[in-house]
Structures are given as C-alpha cells and as structure tokens.
Design a protein around this ligand. Sequence first.
Ligand code: IFM
Length: 391
Amino acid sequence: MESHPSQSNSSSNFPKGFLWGSATASYQVEGGIENNDWAKAGREGKVPPAGISSDHYNRYEKDFDIAQSLSQNTHRLSIEWARIEPHEGQFDEKEIEHYRRVIQSLKRRGLEPFVTLWHFTLPIWFADKGGFENEESPKIFARYCKYVVSKLGDEAEFWMTINEPLIWASGSYFRGKWPPFKKNIFKFIRVQSSLVESHTLAFKSMKEINSNLKIGIAKNNMYFGADNKVWNIIAKNFMNWFWNERFLDKISGHQDFIGLNHYFYVKFGDKDKLPKTDMNWDIFPEAIYKCLVQLKKYNKPIYITENGIADEKDVMRGDFIKDYLKFVKKAIDEGVDVKGYFHWSLLDNFEWSFGFDKKFGLVEIVPKTLERKIRSSAYIYKKIAENNSIV
Ligand code: IFM
C-alpha cells in the first residue's frame, strides 16, 4: 500500500522561498494566564493547571534566538483572547503592545510571523455566556479579531482565526474532556456551525481593516483508512467527509490559504501494526501526503501549520520529521501547492488534559528551572531548513 516518495524524478529541493518553522500557542507556553476557561477548570481540579508553563511570555526573545539559531525562517504563535479582552468589550492596550513586541522580535530575526487569534481557550466572561453556544458568539468573536488586526494588522501578513475547530468541538462537546465538559451531540454540531459563522464574519471584518491580509484557519485533517469490509469503507468515507471536508467546504469562499494540522491516521477494521508516539498515536508518514492531495481541490496555497510528535527520549523525532517531509515533497512534486511547514512544537509545553507529561518540543524545557535544552532532532530539522532539502 505504501508508495515511495524517493521514486520521484524531481529535484530534491523544496520550492524556493519555502517556509521552515515551528509553532506554539499562548496558553500552552506563555504562563501566567488566569482568566480563561482552562485556568478556571485547572483551579477546580478538572484539568491540570498550566501555571507558569514555559514562561514564554517573559522569555520569548531567548526562545526566538533559539528558533533563529535553528535556521527557521517563520514562526506560528497565538494571541490569548483573555489577555486582550479581559472583560466583555474592554480591550487591554498593554497586552496589544506586548504582542506587538513579540511579533516585531520575530521579524528582527528574519522569522515570518503567522498569528492565530484563537487557540482553544476562552475568556471566562465569554465561557460564562455559553461560549460558541451563544447565538451572538460570531459577532463577539469577530469584534475581537477586528480589534486585534486594527492594532496589529500592519505587523503581520498571515493570520488564522481559529485553530482546529473540530478538535476543540469534540474535546469540549463530544468527548466532554475539555471545558465546558459537555457530551451532547446537538451542541457538538451547533458549535461547529457557530465556528463556521464566526470565522466567516471575522474574515470579512478583518478584510475591512486591511484587504491585503492573508487569512485562513488551522484545520486538523486526518487520513481515514479501511480494510475491505463494506461497512468499514462506508465509515471511512463518512468520516472523511464529516471530519476533513465539511468545515472547509463551508468556509471555502473565505480563506486565502489552508493551514493543515496533521497528526492522525485512523483505520477502520483490521489495524496495521505501526510504531507509536508517546501519545500512543500511530506513526504513518504517508497519511500527510493523502491529506495534502485531498486539499488540492480547494486551489489555495497550503501551509502545514502543525505536525509533530510527543517523544520524550527524542529517539523518533528526527526520523519522523524526515519521513513526513518526504511525503510532503511527494505531494509538492505532484502539484500540491505547499508553501511551508511548522513543526509542533518549538518548546515542550502544556498538552491540555495531559498537562506537562507529553514532550513535543524541538527544545526541552527542564521542569523546575525552565532551562532550555535543544534536542538532537532539532539539528536534523535545522539541516533540512538550511539546505531546503531533506538530503
Ligand atoms: O498541542 C496540540 C495543539 O494545541 C493543537 N494541535 C495538536 C497539538 C498536539 O496534540
């Protein structure tokens, strides 16, 4: 079943100007955020607390020095909504200036900023109003997005409104493991429609401020496989539509690029024996190629806004990066317009309900001292970035 990317005749180089970087998200790395729904759930003992996390809020300059030293030329970060709008309709200029400094410090180091406006965490006041269950939520969300780009739109070209809408909706309303801890299929579907509307309205409002901004979302897409049993094939086709296509189809008139976050291969029926990450997720590099080929029909530039591995011992990450990138290259050789790759993550961070146990960083964070230690695999990725080629 596996095809071989090495059989391609094209040059081994990635396209000129390809972006090589890594990604983080505010609540997972910044530390010191107490006024969002995750912090509240942490205080109530429902999820682990993030506390000071990696203290990236104060140490971002040093962290970006590391990214630069690893030959990265882009970086994806997120802005914490609860910092910017701590109370409904009241915006905090000081926090805007903080993020301005963060974005500028990336640009000084030659790192193209990709900014996400919402990565899973909600201000408490918004969660108390029902979050994305609230009919008014698209307007409230679009107002926040518009405010941020009215202040920071000149600082960055690439913006993402929402990170992984379906992962968030399923963690929060289907699996019931994330705030607001509900298991309700109707609400699960309801919040997804609300997120489609929220993105669309935010997209339009942001374009009113600056029509040159490039705006998209970061969408988690999986590769679904099946053995040859009819019901498994039906399940695979249904899930492929439900998970991978439905949301993107609905926003397709309102995105300038597609951000692909890719981690999962799900097979219905007989399982393949595959190596696993520390999250117990299957490693199947061809899956990223299948996802990229599927996105070709939208005719938009694609950035891989996340792909990575929890690997505390750092024994798999180097090969993981090379193997997944070989399949990215195969997709490019077959005409898929992939323009960049962001490894998840630059730093070890708060992995949601798993707390700090899972280590996704190219850079290790020593828990007590918060010392940064560059992992060996980061140098493998550095070499790829430097050569613009896996070889
Ligand atoms: O840590 C998460 C991130 O917040 C969203 N994408 C998947 C990562 C690994 O689980």
